[in-house]
Design a protein around this ligand. Structure first.
Ligand code: FES
Ligand SMILES: [Fe+2]
Length: 491
């Protein structure tokens, strides 16, 4: 591909074909926990919680507000008066009668303008600290300017000023936004949205790289045999079946001649997977089901099934009963937030433990990994010589993927790459992306993939040993069994 094609494929800003395509999908913009002052260092205190936050997505700046009634508002961040940053706005209450918005009052001075009455309803507003203009953030009038206190008495100017307000919803511990001009589509039918809060955990992290190279790591089933290779296996007695939420440290499902194999051994010893791609679709999503087959013998084959869902979601197994659904929010052309939702098909998830496991590797409040280019991602020559293939730590394998993605540079120079057989999924995806961007630039929906299979249930994952001759029946049975056992799936 040439330089222009590479740029076109990866850009996300307003007006670019890629940006138009991204604006046809719901995007994750924040974790709900980022608004909990007990967890978030920049969000005030229990007495004075901060309920306004700066957010950047698709090359633009926004301000996210949690309203009194628990709903969310997302608006452009530059004040429509003279452009000051509304992430520093004051948070206010507006009392209105019969839902007609009345002039609001300065927070902290006079708490109530109206006599409290049965008819009043409370709305939320934010007020720019530069000249005091206020904007309603809840209800149907969200975005409307409701006060311009430096203007002459009786001015009606504010009636003509409206800040752009975007549809937002909260699901699976994440706040989602719709940036497009078209009516919002339904959310994709994924298991992580069906599971109750008790069986779900969400986290995020910032990578200094373009979204496409982050996503392309997820649809590359060959890399775990190398990038995440452990030169020794952990004791399965100690790690148990879910390995405390650590990837590739648990046992693969099933056995080899009566012996259970850790995933690390599978990945290390069977490093030449045969890849298959099947296009899939439902009313709410399109994607590619990726199967990586690692033949152990004529009788036994290791099957790992993952899903790449457009535009930047992958669904992968963490263990037999835990799935990770990961989005790759394009912050701008050179930065990406991955948002992971962990979903348990079995017991509830210990969220505090999952969080505690990840915090040592992250700097809050922006969820920036402590490892990065500045400290060579923690590279240890000693470790590379003796314990891991990469040498960047055994506990947090996220840093392995982070290195792969960031070490290419903010935007990988794809004019210099040599795609191989093991990259066939990436090739397939890029072709779809090009066609979908063309369609989006013409104001049309993404085209379907050829020969797409209609899904009856959300896209699933498996990882385990199957009989070589009947692996296709085997994985369907594994998925059916997992779904039968999940308390939150209606049978
Ligand atoms: S810039 Fe915001 S009120 Fe003037
Ligand atoms: Fe990886």
């Amino acid at each position: 591909m040439n330089h222009e094609q590479n740029l076109r494929l990866t850009q996300v800003g307003p007006g670019t074909p890629g940006g138009q395509l991204q604006r046809r999908f719901w995007q994750p913009i924040a974790l709900v926990e980022e608004f909990d002052p007990m967890l978030a260092p920049d969000m005030g205190s229990r007495e004075h919680p901060r309920l306004i936050k700066a957010v950047r997505a698709l090359g633009k700046d926004f301000v996210l507000v949690k309203n009194h009634d628990g709903t969310w508002a997302l608006m452009d961040r530059d004040c429509p008066h003279r452009g000051a940053n509304l992430a520093f706005a004051r948070y206010e209450s507006i009392y209105s009668q019969n839902n007609s918005t009345l002039r609001s009052i300065y927070a902290g001075k006079v708490p109530v303008l109206l006599e409290k009455s049965e008819e009043r309803s409370v709305h939320t507003a934010i007020r720019c600290p530069f000249h005091g203009w206020a904007f309603q953030t809840s209800g149907k009038l969200a975005g409307q300017c409701i006060d311009t206190p430096a203007e002459p008495e009786g001015s009606t100017m504010c009636q003509h000023i409206k800040q752009r307000n975007y549809p937002v919803q909260e699901k699976a511990g994440v706040v989602w936004a719709w940036f497009g001009d078209a009516e919002p589509e339904p959310m994709p039918d994924l298991d992580c949205f069906a599971a109750p809060a008790s069986h779900s955990f969400a986290f995020k992290g910032l990578w200094h790289a373009n979204w496409l190279q982050c996503f392309e790591v997820g649809m590359d089933p060959a890399h775990p045999s190398f990038l995440h290779r452990f030169l020794q296996d952990a004791d399965l007695q100690e790690t148990g079946s879910n390995a405390g939420g650590k990837q590739f440290r648990s046992a693969a499902a099933g056995d080899v001649a009566g012996e259970r194999w850790p995933m690390t051994r599978v990945m290390r010893e069977l490093h030449r997977p045969k890849l298959a791609a099947q296009a899939v679709q439902s009313d709410t999503l399109q994607g590619i089901r990726i199967t990586a087959l690692r033949a152990l013998s004529e009788q036994t084959t290791h099957v790992r099934m993952t899903q790449a869902i457009f535009p930047h979601i992958f669904v992968i197994p963490l263990s037999e009963t835990l799935t990770i659904t990961q989005w790759h929010l394009p912050v701008d052309d050179g930065h990406t937030y991955w948002f992971s939702v962990f979903t348990s098909f079995d017991a509830p998830i210990d969220q505090a433990a999952m969080r505690a496991q990840r915090l040592p590797y992250t700097t809050l409040p922006h969820y920036i990994p402590k490892a990065g280019a500045h400290n060579a991602w923690g590279f240890s020559p000693e470790e590379q010589a003796t314990r891991t293939f990469l040498g960047m730590g055994e506990e947090d394998i996220n840093v392995h993927d982070q290195w792969a993605v960031e070490s290419m540079g903010g935007l990988q120079d794809r004019t210099r790459e040599h795609l191989a057989t093991s990259d066939k999924i990436i090739v397939l995806y890029r072709r779809w992306l090009q066609r979908a961007q063309d369609a989006a630039a013409a104001g049309q929906a993404p085209p379907p993939l050829p020969a797409a299979l209609s899904l009856k249930e959300p896209p699933s994952t498996v990882d385990g040993f199957a009989p070589t001759a009947s692996w296709e029946d085997w994985w369907k049975e594994r998925v059916a069994e997992k779904r039968r056992k999940a308390s939150w799936i209606k049978q």
